[in-house]
Design a protein around this ligand. Structure first.
Ligand code: K7E
Ligand code: CUA
Length: 688
């Protein structure tokens, strides 16, 4: 593990460097703001006015030349927005984090699989409860956490389109759909065949399919089988969820899975351009180890025994045809292509890949697949063209399950020696690839070959490495897994932070490190450390901010669960029980059911008194009449575990039984106006 060199005090020599960089910053600031008046004297002597102050500050704080430049590159002045938005997995928090780049400011944490009180996600609001309940699994009374790994932005022609975001739950094999108009989760689907997943989510270039790759082998359909029957009864799986963009939802009825050998399928990526229509997943444990208590070695040793595992190449276009043509078996109501069918129809091919790989990443031109073995030191580059030619020529070998195996040398284009523990790869606009090195704690920059070699570089060559702290997992470059990466910024998502921050007890924050990749060659400095005190952010994707078009208020009366696809007319999104007219407000009783039609606007609830009898069933509709950006109200009912967020224009319903008698002062939880504290009402439950 590399330790950052200790910073030395400011020497007279370095003082000159600081003065020079002050001039650099003055220039940077003038060019950023377009303000060229009175921004220091610009002569580089740093001896007068604001420039002198900056030099003094730098000296007093012990900031180096590089520090000042890094600060100027990452500082986003008050009131200005970030150029990029990063969507990061929230790990076992079950959420998604939205972070501005380059400032690295956390903008929002989206409640996905896990309740989130600020957004009223999972505390009574009917639309949020319905989404969370969709994802409940058998044997789990309430499944309200997840192990999120890989967020995937929706794409059009291989480029992020800014409409939707998907993310998987490794722990319970689920996939969520988030709408980027309101940054809210619209859907959670649970895989009824697999019990866990990992290699998802990834989308095909037009988001026709959302890929949910597998992980640990299991009997399909949540069945029981003895580990003695591992090779016959345990299976791997990959699932393709059909995305219905017009509906804005995954469609389980049009989705299907493929049975795979009981290897541990890991990360996948969709082919693009030349390789569009194919999907590539790496695997580990082709040894089919079942653990030391089962007469073997520990998994960590047993799964590394083979020199190679199998890259899975899947012909998705053909598989979808086979599935649509009835070539499936139904398991728990879900269509699954049997392994033998995949073999017979030519849907699945294996290529050996060095030792227990982790990443599988398709280059921007779609011509190559980069696979890195964590126990191997290379980025292994497979050529799609060679792979197709080898398939055409007819593989001569099969794996123990009869899956055709292409010889590694027939598909391999290059092996680039990078260092220890290579995992994941991203790309930039110049023809460089960036691979995380877990054991080296570094980001490696290397050159692509083919038509993509960067100017002045040799193809398939390691160019430089930048140390990061510590033990990097994934990395995300700006649009770095699309057909047109932007370069500029890369964020290292580090697993350990050790001494980088104030120790918050034995449990330490994660560390996002911003890396400057704007210049090519050997220049690749770390600009900023950004701690994140919320679970392990496995993967993130970074999109140009101007590709996003979020709503700033909801069209009046919108029920977020009725938003559908992006072409849905706003009239169709109005909640069935939205109270958009003050004249409709009131409390009505029908037998034991009490319905409340309430409007919410600064600074009152109307009506503000609700009287019911203990045991009544309460259906409470709240509609915000606000049309002003950020005029959010909350609504908390103590004693009833109810907490809502009612954003401008939104309608929310909460339904419950008034089991507890008493006087409950419900109130607004957002400081919405000068008279916010007065924004309250009484919920009186008369004892039965
Ligand atoms: Cu942590 Cu992609 Cu789940 Cu690698 S994953 S590090
Ligand atoms: Cu509404 Cu405070």
């Amino acid at each position: 593990m590399r330790v950052h060199p200790a910073r030395s005090g400011l020497s007279p020599g370095r003082r000159k460097v600081v003065a020079a960089s002050v001039a650099v910053i003055a220039l940077v600031m003038a060019s950023c703001t377009g303000d060229d008046s009175g921004n220091g004297d610009g002569d580089g002597n740093g001896s007068s006015g604001a420039s002198g102050d900056l030099a003094d500050i730098a000296e007093a704080r012990g900031l180096t030349d590089a520090d000042l430049i890094a600060a100027a590159k990452t500082y986003v002045p008050s009131g200005q927005h970030d150029e990029y938005i990063m969507f990061a997995s929230g790990g076992q928090s079950g959420q998604v984090h939205v972070v501005g780049v380059p400032s690295m400011r956390l903008l929002r944490t989206i409640g996905v699989f896990t309740p989130e009180p600020w957004q009223g996600w999972g505390f009574g609001a009917a639309d949020t409860e319905a989404v969370l309940e969709e994802g409940y699994a058998p044997g789990t009374e309430e499944l309200r956490w997840a192990d999120t790994h890989h967020p995937a932005l929706s794409e059009t022609e291989g480029d992020y389109d800014g409409q939707f975001l998907f993310i998987n739950d490794k722990a319970n094999s689920r996939v969520a759909t988030i709408d980027l108009r309101d940054f809210e989760t619209k859907q959670i689907v649970r895989n009824p065949v697999a019990i866990n997943d990992h290699g998802g989510t990834f989308v095909t270039p037009n988001t026709d399919w959302v890929i949910e790759g597998g992980q640990y082998a299991m009997p399909l359909g949540w069945e029981w089988a003895s580990l003695d029957d591992y090779e016959t009864d345990y299976r791997g799986l990959i699932t393709f969820w059909k995305f219905d963009r017009a509906a804005g939802r995954l469609d389980p009825a049009q989705s299907f899975a493929m049975e795979l050998p009981p290897y541990w399928q890991d990360l996948c990526d969709a082919g693009k351009l030349d390789s569009e229509g194919w999907v590539f997943c790496n695997s580990i444990n082709t040894e089919m180890a079942t653990g030391m208590t089962h007469g073997g070695e520990q998994f960590e040793a047993a799964t590394g025994a083979n020199e190679t595992d199998y890259l899975h190449a899947i012909n998705l276009v053909k598989a979808a045809e086979v599935a649509a043509g009835g070539g499936t078996e139904t398991i728990n109501g879900f269509e699954v292509i049997p392994l033998q069918t995949s073999i017979d129809e030519g849907l699945l091919y294996f290529v050996p890949e060095p030792k227990s790989p982790h990443g599988s990443d398709v280059t921007p031109d779609g011509k190559y697949v980069v696979v890195s073995g964590k126990l191997d030191t290379h980025a292994n580059v497979y050529s799609f063209e060679k792979l197709m030619a080898a398939i055409e020529a007819g593989p001569t070998e099969v794996d123990p399950f009869g899956v055709p195996v292409i010889a590694m040398e027939d598909a391999m284009e290059a092996q680039v020696e990078l260092g220890l523990g290579p995992l994941h790869t991203q790309f930039d606009d110049k023809g460089y690839a960036y691979t995380s090195l877990f054991l080296d704690s570094a980001v490696a920059r290397w050159s692509l070959g083919g038509d993509s070699t960067p100017e002045g570089e040799e193809p398939w060559t390691l160019i430089t490495k930048t140390p990061v702290q510590y033990n990097i997992g994934h990395l995300t470059a700006a649009e770095g897994d699309t057909v047109s990466p932007d370069g500029k910024y890369l964020v290292a998502l580090n697993k350990w932070s050790i001494d980088r921050f104030f120790p918050t007890g034995p449990l330490l924050p994660q560390n996002f490190q911003l890396v400057d990749i704007a210049e090519g060659g050997t220049t690749m400095p770390v600009l900023y450390d950004s701690p994140l005190g919320v679970a392990e952010p496995h993967y993130a994707q970074t999109i140009k901010a101007d590709k996003l078009a979020p709503w700033t208020v909801y069209p009046l009366g919108t029920d977020p669960s009725k938003m559908g696809g992006w072409d849905t007319p706003t009239a169709d999104m109005v909640g069935d029980n939205a109270t958009t007219d003050a004249a409709q407000t009131g409390v009505t009783r029908d037998g034991n059911t009490v319905t409340v039609d309430m409007t919410v606007i600064r600074s009152h609830f109307a009506p503000d008194l609700i009287e019911v009898k203990q045991g009544d069933h309460v259906i409470w509709h709240l509609t915000s009449l606000e049309t002003t950006q950020d005029a959010t109200h909350g609504m908390a009912v103590p004693g009833y575990n109810i907490n809502l967020s009612i954003e401008a224009g939104e309608t929310v319903t909460v339904e419950f039984d008034a089991t507890q008698s008493g006087v409950f002062n419900f109130y607004c939880t957002e400081f919405c106006s000068a008279l916010h504290l007065e924004m309250m009402g009484h919920f009186l439950v008369e004892p039965a």
